[in-house]
Design a protein around this ligand. Structure first.
Ligand SMILES: Cc1cc2nc3c(=O)[nH]c(=O)nc-3n(C[C@H](O)[C@H](O)[C@H](O)COP(=O)(O)O)c2cc1C
Length: 177
């Protein structure tokens, strides 16, 4: 049986995700990459992970860095997300940044920022799993709605009331934040 990689990728795209930009020290200056593989792992100790393509030109910089900064993107970050998803587009030049306490800068106006020490790098097929220990984090109230990725396209969370019986609130209406 042949494995249809393209169909596999399309099926994986049915899982909606947020978007994050990872920043780290590069060979000359700080670099960034757009990812949707970011996820939480553990609360105690506080661990997160993301996956990087081992064929990426950014791979060695991230795998050899002492840590990385995670910026959770908002709906206003579409252009910067596309830029840092471009082949070879590693540089943060001209992007609005916020300094962090421990290391690489975060993207300005991010919904949340996690400053991580690189805990381990585990090869997994053509990607590697980078696990980070969160040393500091910040959540920015009022940063607005998240940038969402679904079936290969950017989107936003649907407006509307939360499902009945679910405690929650609309998060696309910025006036409520
Ligand atoms: C929405 C989105 C999510 C992505 N997520 C990942 C990811 O989780 N891991 C990864 O290695 N590349 C991911 N990419 C691809 C990288 O952003 C980038 O395009 C790729 O690394 C380019 O190759 P280069 O690093 O060799 O320049 C994603 C791209 C987009 C648009």
């Amino acid at each position: 049986m042949t494995f249809d990689s393209r169909a596999f990728r399309t099926a994986l795209g049915c899982f909606p995700t947020g978007i994050a930009v990872m920043t780290a020290a590069g060979p000359e200056s700080h670099i960034g990459i757009t990812v949707n593989s970011f996820t939480s792992v553990s609360l105690d100790p506080p661990l997160v992970l993301w996956c990087i393509d081992r064929r990426s030109r950014r791979y060695s910089a991230f795998a050899e860095a002492s840590g990385f900064t995670v910026s959770i993107l908002g709906s206003g970050h579409k252009a910067v997300s596309s830029r840092l998803a471009g082949a070879g587009e590693h540089s943060l030049d001209g992007i609005d940044l916020t300094p962090t306490e421990l290391g690489p800068p975060a993207l300005a106006d991010s919904l949340a920022v996690f400053e991580c020490a690189l805990e381990s790098v585990q090869e997994a097929g053509d990607h590697a799993i980078l696990i980070g220990r969160v040393l500091r984090f910040a959540r920015h109230d009022g940063a607005g709605a998240p940038l969402v990725y679904f079936q290969g396209r950017y989107g936003a969370l649907a407006q509307g009331e939360p499902p009945e019986g679910t405690p929650g609130r609309r998060i696309t209406d910025e006036s409520e934040n």
